[in-house]
Design a protein around this ligand. Structure first.
Ligand code: ADP
Length: 203
């Protein structure tokens, strides 16, 4: 197999766009995935590195019985109080950055895909990657897909979509956009294969 280029791809898309599906397809071609959402979750599990500073900043109220972050409470607090959200981000972002860098350094491929749900919103990611790949679909399709997940209603899906960056904002910072609407998973897979060939000089 020919050598892969050194390439850092930032992958993003709204909830339900098909971002995780595209990430998995890229991994099948040989990319190493770094999932920043999973990193954030691990940091806030019992024993995670973010727990002590979060407890110091917000008190025991946001820590659950098992010693992990009480997501419901933290979400309510961060939603209601922008200062609280900023303090939480000031704790989490550097820790996520350190773990992301560690995983990227150890990644078993020169093509690294950084799965970043809030890539467009956070603004800090653009200069950390060589290419930005956005998975895009209509809001109606997003809501339809998310509402099929266990524990999600249409209203909950709609509320998250409304909080996220608009499709236009996301597409404006993209080097490539995969339109994942009204196509089969096979066609999505073919789009990813074409992009892989284009960006990595192979297929
Ligand atoms: P995200 O990571 O953007 O939230 P996912 O990749 O988890 O979204 O996709 C949401 C759901 O939609 C999954 O069940 C996935 O299999 C399905 N899906 C995504 N793209 C397609 C498609 N083109 N055709 C059919 N189902 C799709």
């Amino acid at each position: 197999m020919a050598d892969l280029p050194a390439l850092r791809i930032g992958l993003s898309g709204g909830i339900g766009s098909g971002k995780s599906t595209v990430a998995a397809l890229l991994a099948q071609h040989g990319a190493a995935l770094v999932d920043t959402d999973a990193i954030a979750r691990q940091l806030t599990l019992p024993g995670g590195a973010a727990i002590a500073p979060i407890r110091a900043a917000f008190g025991d109220d946001v820590i659950d019985a098992a010693g992990g972050l009480d997501r419901e409470r933290m979400r309510a607090l961060a939603f209601a109080d922008v200062q609280a959200r900023r303090r939480l981000e000031a704790i989490l972002h550097p820790l996520i950055g350190i773990e992301t860098d560690r995983q990227a350094t150890q990644a078993p491929s020169s093509v690294k895909v950084f799965d970043v749900p809030l890539l467009v919103e956070s603004g800090r990611w653009r200069r950390r990657v060589d290419r930005v790949l956005i998975v895009d679909c209509s809001e109606a399709t997003q809501i339809e897909r998310v509402a099929e997940r266990a524990g999600w209603s249409r209203d909950a899906a709609r509320a998250v979509v409304a909080q996220q960056a608009t499709r236009e904002t996301r597409r404006a910072c993209a080097d490539a956009v995969i339109h994942n609407d009204g196509i089969t998973l096979d066609t999505l897979s073919a789009h990813v294969r074409d992009l892989w060939g284009h960006w990595c000089g192979l297929s």
